[in-house]
Design a protein around this ligand. Sequence first.
Ligand SMILES: [Zn+2]
Length: 205
Amino acid sequence: MEAIRNQLEIAHAATGAALKIYRKVYADIPARDISSELVTNPGPYTNNKLQRDRGWWQRELYRITDLTYHHTLSDNPWATARHYINKGGGRPTTPYTIWITQTGEVLQCVALTEGLWHDHTGHENVHLSVGLAGTLHLYSPADAQLDAAAKFAVWAIRSESMPLINSIDRITGHRDWIATTCPGWSSEASNHWKPELYARIEALL
Ligand SMILES: [Zn+2]
């Protein structure tokens, strides 16, 4: 009887610890959650991997290795979701986990556990997608947007939920993974805003 009671106490403690971690992971994301306002697509999908997994590949947060910035070519996360769920035979959600507005508001569009496609690194995606609103190869992000993007990167670096994102080296742009103008920071018209963003991240670390 004593042995069983001990077993139960150990199980109870483990459940409590797991719940604590779960709450921490989902409580401390510095973003306003708008995921329930965005349209999603439950399938079926023409892509075999999406169809097999019944949606995006599901990942534990400790598998996430890098943060990837994008520009969204839009100021409207709701319309962007409507566009992407119908793209190429159907996709489960918008490709931006986090959306940062030009006024610096940070919005969460999709759960971080969804390994969504965004930077052409394969189906089992291990990067955190952060979309900066705008056509940022034509102009620089506003000050407030750069500040919010830097702050979010610093949160990711410090987050215990994603231990592999552990330095500024793990903060990347879409064009670090594939030939693309995204997130726009290397064009003449954008005034080459990458150093400005990284200086703000450095200043906060
Ligand atoms: Zn991109």
